[in-house]
Design a protein around this ligand. Sequence first.
Ligand code: ATP
Ligand code: MG
Ligand code: FE
Length: 341
Amino acid sequence: KLILGLESSCDETAAAIVTSDRRVLSHRLAGQEAAHRPYGGVVPEIAARAHVEALIPLVEGALADAGVTLADVDAVAATAGPGLIGGVMVGLVTGKALAHAAGKPLVAVNHLEGHALSPRLADPDLDFPYLLLLVSGGHCQLLLVEGVARYRRLATTIDDAAGEAFDKTAKILGLGFPGGPAVERAAALGNPKAVPLPRPLKGSAEPHFSFAGLKSAVVRAHAAGTWSPEDLAASFQAAVVDCLIDRTARALHRAEDATALVVAGGVAANGAVRASLLKLANDNALRFVAPPLWLCTDNAAMIAWAGAERFAAGLTDPLDMPARPRWPLDPSAEAVRGAGV
Ligand code: ATP
Ligand code: MG
Ligand code: FE
């Protein structure tokens, strides 16, 4: 089967054609970094307008690259949330229009399910259940992925997401936007042991993550003027990795059936994060699976793939499917301390 996927939930506009036997026939992506850079973060109104302008040409490009037409597509998958409502609306409405025009089913995809299933696009041997560390710009969760549409949340952040912490640290250190890759580059030139920084919730009996205190500590350390941005970046990254590993190791005890330790989301592109998780998996005699870097950050191939998995499971959606700016993967999970799910 051929699935067309659309993504527009944040500041990446993307379209891709993926087959149900894991071939990425095409994927096109338009970032909006330049438009948001003056503001040091994503401006929702600017993002929504940019999605409107970029999406249809990207769809046409993706179809052309794959050498197919809309009539060849078996289903249209579009991100229906969570994310910035304006952007989500653009992608979902476009997906509905294309599905209607082609007379093919719509698959409304949860952006987080796109991230969560993306490792299976890259690795045909990755079977359910697996323990997933989902680390992105808006989320930091440990999930037991039991199957398509079956997620059990074991932990989440009580304040900031890991990617958000990278972005804020980049801003504090004047490293630019987007922050994750900038911090990683600076960290490569610094000493990870130079600056004493806290590891919030490390060793805690509760399962969750916390990064707000770490960010505040970076603010104070930076203000002290004692350390270089490189040492601060390296020490910050080491602290994040420490927290991620500690919390993931804890969750492994609650995921005995897991066939693999898996990471996904934008922060999964970080080399130090990947290396430490690989070691944790090895220490626990578990397979480690991480998608290629381009599949970690937002893209439409992961949305098309989640669409392919849902389509194969018979999960399609009506054309009046609403956008869901908030949409937890595990609806049974409780909110923690005022943080999102
Ligand atoms: P969500 O998926 O939670 O809705 P999002 O879609 O904005 O949020 P992603 O595109 O999945 O997030 O990931 C972007 C995040 O990943 C940003 O916070 C970015 O700083 C971070 N990131 C990207 N590359 C790296 C890297 N090499 N090291 C650390 N963080 C990174
Ligand atoms: Mg982005
Ligand atoms: Fe994302």
